[in-house]
Design a protein around this ligand. Sequence first.
Ligand SMILES: [Zn+2]
Length: 83
Amino acid sequence: MPDKITHSKAECSKDTRQTKIPKMPVYSCTCGEAILIIPDIPAMNEAIKAHLTKHRKITSQVLTEDALTQEILKKIAEQHPLL
Ligand SMILES: [Zn+2]
């Protein structure tokens, strides 16, 4: 039922607003997409791989896993100079 789904979605976002969620670091790609930087290497790898496909669709440019990983690591280093 579409109505029910819409309703529960609204309820959910309302709850999310009330509960303070710590802001996660995000990598903003050159294609305009944001990739959430999470302290979970396998999950992060999955996000990177998923973005490679997305990135190619958005920009028609091939982005390699290595290049994207390097860019994200650079971003982390900028945000956390002590790491
Ligand atoms: Zn991208």
